[in-house]
Ligand binder design. Structure first.
Ligand code: F6R
Length: 253
């Protein structure tokens, strides 16, 4: 695991965007696993800026998103499909048919989960998976549990996650209680993983994820077993991890 410490959120966003940009430049047909939430917004801004200057071409890229709320239609302003459209896809030349997100309105949840896993397999798996870190230690919406869920599944969101995500909604009551999420299996099979973390409020859970025991109680801890993980995190997020790693600052990226 490589840990790159940055001085702030903007630098984290730029360095993480460098990694994604290098992937797309070297492998224009890449399958990118994408995340939503507050953390990747700066990365997406940076990627679309580079697209506009002609540095990046997404015409061959395929994307699979980690998760989607159940019960929100594609056009709902709070759906993750809409988030991706608004913050990235509508600004770049990725082909609509190459964009994949679980269908939050699927009537048959089991069939939707199966379809999503088969789709990821048919794409040949994920080349680079972008991940944020939830306050519960979740990746995607894989919440703390007694075991790791291998496959895409419908999950009941924890109260902590509902509270954390309420900021995007008018009231906490509007936050969906369930979501579809890619399983730990597809995430761990990604060839490369890029975990981005920002802010002091994530410092304790980041320390547990990177340096604590590997346990489904802290789902992100499984990343310790992945052979190619890069963590790009700012000083605040790494503030409780000082001394636990060999202090690479990520210069040159
Ligand atoms: C979003 C996702 C989540 C978020 C996590 C952190 O697609 O999969 O795991 O990455 O909840 O969210 P933020 O970045 O809002 O703190």
């Amino acid at each position: 695991m490589k840990i790159l410490q940055t001085s702030n959120y903007e630098e984290m966003s730029r360095k993480a965007a460098n990694i994604l940009a290098a992937q797309v430049t070297l492998f224009p047909q890449s399958v990118l696993g994408l995340a939503t939430g507050a953390t990747p917004l700066g990365i997406y801004r940076e990627l679309l800026r580079r697209y506009k200057t002609g540095e990046l071409d997404f015409s061959g890229v395929r994307s699979v998103n980690l998760d989607e709320y159940c019960g929100l239609s594609a056009g709902d302003p709070n759906s993750y499909r809409e988030y991706m459209r608004k913050n990235l896809f509508s600004h770049i030349n990725i082909r609509p048919e190459n964009v994949h997100i679980p269908d939050g309105m699927a009537a048959d949840a089991q069939a939707e989960c199966r379809r999503y896993d088969e789709l990821i397999s048919a794409l040949g798996g994920i080349d680079l998976q972008l991940l944020g870190l939830g306050m519960t230690g979740h990746i995607g919406f894989n919440e703390p549990n007694d075991s790791f869920d291998r496959h895409t599944h419908k999950v009941r969101l924890s109260e902590r996650t509902i509270a954390a995500n309420a900021r995007q909604f008018r009231s906490i009551d509007e936050v969906p209680r369930t979501a579809f999420t890619m399983g730990i299996g597809a995430i761990m099979q990604a060839k490369r993983i890029l975990l981005v973390v920002s802010g002091r409020h994530k410092a304790a859970i980041l320390k547990e994820a990177l340096f604590g025991p590997v346990t489904p109680r802290v789902p992100a801890s499984i990343l310790q077993f992945h052979p190619d993980v890069t963590v790009v995190a700012d000083e605040e997020a790494l503030s409780l991890s000082a001394g636990l790693w060999n202090g690479q600052k990520g210069e040159g990226l």
